[in-house]
Design a protein around this ligand. Structure first.
Ligand code: ZN
Length: 74
């Protein structure tokens, strides 16, 4: 039936939130509502911005977690 065909094109409501690491481009699932997430592939921490409850974007790096960055004079 038509209704069933339309339903197939809907996004899965049960899908997990995923973000993509800006350093190694691995996709991973951040902790819900957390403002930081660690990439399991390269180990770097990222600051998250939540858009609603089920969508997150990476805002930028958590500088303290970047090797060598603490020694940089700005
Ligand atoms: Zn990574």
């Amino acid at each position: 039936m038509m209704a069933a065909a339309e339903k197939k094109n809907r996004p899965d409501p049960g899908r997990q939130v995923r973000v993509r690491c800006l350093a190694c481009f691995a996709r991973f699932v951040p902790s819900p509502a957390s403002d930081r997430a660690r990439c399991p592939a390269c180990g770097l921490w990222w600051r998250l911005a939540w858009v609603g409850e089920d969508f997150a974007k990476i805002r930028g790096p958590v500088w303290e977690s970047f090797p060598g960055m603490e020694d940089v004079d700005i």
